[in-house]
Design a protein around this ligand. Structure first.
Ligand code: NAD
Length: 348
């Protein structure tokens, strides 16, 4: 009597199952698969419901909800950003997400998204770099060697053919951790003592630091002609990584302007400063890189459609790899109007 019926059970992908899924599919293949799903959704950008994420700020961090829908499925992610967490042994970013059927409103998937966010952020970075980075780019500076850094690096390898990564973090222990994790992945890994050393010879500059302030991870004189900047860490009001002068020398590419104007590097610019929407580059209606000397900047903040793509990817992957717990999440009495009766019948 108290057993839920099968149709009401929602697949739940735990952290453990997500890790198993990555190992079953393979890190490189999953990053490539995610990038393909994200790119496919950027190509049909116009049909999505879009809104800047709903943020609740505190002095130490932010908690955000990121909803979107393509008319058939609806998805949202809950995510936090708390730079001070690592000092307390906690993650800076944790997340979970849900996919639902628009026709019924019923959830069809609930999943951890802390790991999935690192995967989708990395896949997005590499998918964008595939469109914007200079031809033949094979060396990246990875500044900020925290939780996202290995994922960022491996996606650039799997999707853009990266051969060498130059690591820098203010905390040498983070660089040592990142270098150890990347060993054996077919990359030349060079730990560096300064950010200036890290950018030497790099055509892709990734900044992925966490600090709740207007930080200057890259100064103007560090950025030479022709590079692609993949700016990940500035993703919140009052939290940026690049000197404003760099922004004035760059062609800036963004996910969803109404959100990036509030959260991205471009919060430091005038509200009408020109930017290009990435979906237009990907669908061929706006130019991407047009010259060897151009500085391209992906002002990444993370947008709901990327999470939606990742949720779609996981839903489809579970058909081949059924790594989930059926979750009794949804009250669904046989007689839809007899919710009370169902509760009564469950009396011990
Ligand atoms: P993390 O706390 O695990 O790592 C951040 C690292 O940056 C730490 O190792 C820290 O020592 C280092 N750092 C701080 N200040 C530095 C400086 N001045 N120079 C060099 N290194 C410095 O955080 P994480 O999970 O790796 O996330 C990194 C950033 O990326 C966060 O700000 C997070 O909010 C952001 N993020 C963005 C997206 C997106 O879609 N754009 C997605 C996920 C995370």
């Amino acid at each position: 009597m108290t057993q839920p019926s099968d149709k009401a059970l929602v697949p739940f992908v735990s952290v453990d199952h997500m890790m198993q899924l990555i190992h079953r599919i393979g890190m490189d293949d999953m990053l490539r698969g995610l990038a393909d799903y994200i790119e496919a959704d950027f190509r049909r950008w116009e049909l999505f419901d879009k809104t800047p994420r709903v943020a609740s700020h505190s002095d130490v961090g932010v908690i955000e909800l990121m909803p979107t829908s393509d008319g058939e499925a609806y998805g949202f992610k809950y995510v936090n950003g708390h730079p001070k967490n690592t000092a307390e042994g906690l993650q800076t970013v944790t997340a979970f997400g849900l996919l639902a059927d628009v026709a019924s409103g019923y959830p069809v998937l609930l999943t951890e998204m802390t790991i999935l966010t690192a995967m989708r952020t990395a896949a997005t970075s590499a998918m964008v770099a595939r469109h914007l980075a200079p031809k033949g780019a094979d060396t990246m500076a990875m500044i900020g060697n925290g939780a996202q850094s290995e994922f960022q690096t491996l996606a650039m390898k799997a999707i853009c053919g990266l051969k060498s990564v130059r690591l820098y973090d203010t905390d040498p222990a983070a660089t040592a951790k990142c270098a150890a994790n990347l060993a054996g992945h077919g990359l030349t890994v060079v730990p560096c003592a300064t950010p200036e050393e890290a950018i030497e010879g790099a055509q892709i500059l990734t900044t992925c630091t966490a600090d709740k302030q207007y930080a200057t991870i890259l100064t103007d004189n560090m950025v030479g002609a022709g590079v692609h900047i993949n700016a990940i860490g500035g993703d919140c009001p009052g939290k940026t990584e690049l000197a404003p002068a760099i922004l004035h020398r760059s062609d800036i590419f963004v996910e969803f302007p109404p959100q990036t104007r509030i959260e991205g590097e471009i919060q430091q610019l005038a509200p009408d400063h020109p930017v290009t929407e990435l979906w237009q580059v990907i669908s061929g209606t706006a130019p991407g890189r047009t010259s060897d000397r151009q500085i391209t900047l992906f002002d990444s903040v993370g947008f709901a459609i990327e999470d939606f793509s990742a949720l779609r990817y996981v839903r489809d992957a579970l058909k081949t790899h059924p790594l989930y717990h059926p979750l009794d999440l949804l009250a669904d009495p046989d007689d839809p109007r007899d919710l009370f009766g169902m509760v009564q019948r469950a009396a011990p």
